[in-house]
Design a protein around this ligand. Structure first.
Ligand SMILES: NC(=O)c1ccc[n+]([C@@H]2O[C@H](COP(=O)([O-])OP(=O)(O)OC[C@H]3O[C@@H](n4cnc5c(N)ncnc54)[C@H](OP(=O)(O)O)[C@@H]3O)[C@@H](O)[C@H]2O)c1
Length: 324
């Protein structure tokens, strides 16, 4: 494939991903030039493509990847040519064989972690890490409701929660995904596609769960609140079914003096110190065999539109990678 990358010039469906051949120049101050071994597909890429998370257009697409440093800009001191790195966030533009990226979003990879494992687990793992340890601090014995439990973030979160000693109810849409969720640590699984799960949650935990991690948004919002114990915490971190409509905040009082946060990784891994601490925590969990890569589906980079179609039609489990 010639050097280049996918760009979006008009928001819309997967057909809006347009391959543009282009040469990548020398990195500027604070940048590195990276040759990707593997690029992670994140649901956020779909929000960017659709305009649900609006970006100035035209824009590159993709927020995570791993590969080799080909060139370093001035004042980059923590990375050298030939280093193997992984990154999360920064300017979208990962759907490319070679790209420039801010060096402060990249972390050197331990030798034992392959680029493919890193691209599959880094962004999703950092997300699980801050959700479970910072957005709400899950403790042993607590009850957790986790949506999309067999998805990319879901499979990492399940393993981390199991390690902490939490009881996890996973929600998935099919029996096949239910088996996966059980295999990676869910103590209970509910199969649901309609947002009718709160009654089933209360059959398992009559008082309600301590925390809900909801990446689905519009379709699950009300039932997620209805699944919480008094003074429980709703952590909303995505909207794969669409945006949550405006709400009257008094609903939180009426349903049990609930807490609500809508959080994003950009605010939890904002500084270099936070990114390095999150990465060190995740790498030690991978090295210790506590977090393993779940199912990974590889697509050729040119098949990024198909990867998007598969992800948004709920056909996938685990992580999706684009291979240049
Ligand atoms: N806030 C943050 O910091 C942050 C960071 C990273 C990712 N995220 C969010 O985390 C979520 C998971 O990301 P991911 O990349 O790992 O994706 P993913 O979970 O692998 O894929 C999305 C899953 O959501 C479920 N889903 C439920 N309703 C859906 C609908 N109407 N349309 C599509 N999918 C639906 C599906 O699982 P079932 O078929 O089992 O229902 C689907 O497989 C996304 O919402 C993403 O935006 C947030």
């Amino acid at each position: 494939m010639a050097q280049g990358g996918y760009v979006v010039t008009q928001p819309g469906g997967a057909e809006r991903l347009e391959w543009v051949a282009s040469a990548v120049g020398q990195p500027g101050p604070g940048q590195i030039r990276l040759r990707h071994d593997a690029i992670g597909v994140n649901y956020i890429d779909i929000y960017h493509r659709m305009g649900l998370y609006p970006l100035p257009l035209p824009t590159g697409i993709g927020v995570e990847g791993a590969g080799f440093v080909e060139a370093v800009g001035s004042d980059v001191t923590h990375l050298s040519i030939g280093d193997r790195v992984v990154y999360a966030g920064g300017q979208p533009g990962a759907y490319a064989n070679v790209r420039l990226i801010q060096a402060d979003r990249a972390v050197r990879l331990p030798e034992e972690i392959t680029s493919q494992t890193a691209a599959a687990l880094f962004f999703k793992g950092l997300t699980a890490q801050y959700l479970i340890k910072s957005a709400y601090q899950v403790k042993a014995g607590e009850w957790v409701l986790l949506h999309a439990a067999a998805g990319g973030v879901g499979i990492v979160a399940l393993q981390w929660l199991k390690h902490i000693g939490a009881n996890v109810i996973g929600i998935v849409s099919t029996e096949e995904k239910a088996e996966l969720a059980r295999a990676y640590g869910a103590s209970h699984v509910i199969i649901d596609k309609e947002g009718n799960f709160s009654g089933k949650v209360r059959e398992i935990v009559p008082q309600g769960v301590d925390v809900v991690y909801d990446s689905v948004g519009k379709a699950t919002f009300t039932a997620s609140l209805d699944s919480l114990r008094i003074r429980g915490m709703m952590v909303s971190f995505g909207m794969s079914s669409g945006k949550i409509p405006p709400i009257d905040l008094s609903i939180l009082g009426a349903k049990g003096s609930l807490y609500f946060t809508r959080c994003t990784i950009a605010h939890y891994m904002a500084s270099r110190t936070q990114l390095e601490a999150g990465a060190a925590d995740l790498f030690s969990m991978i090295a210790g065999g506590i977090i393993k890569s779940g199912p990974v589906t590889n697509y050729a980079l040119k098949d990024a539109p198909q990867a998007h179609r598969d992800l948004e039609s709920r056909r996938t489990s685990g992580s999706l990678l684009l291979i240049p």
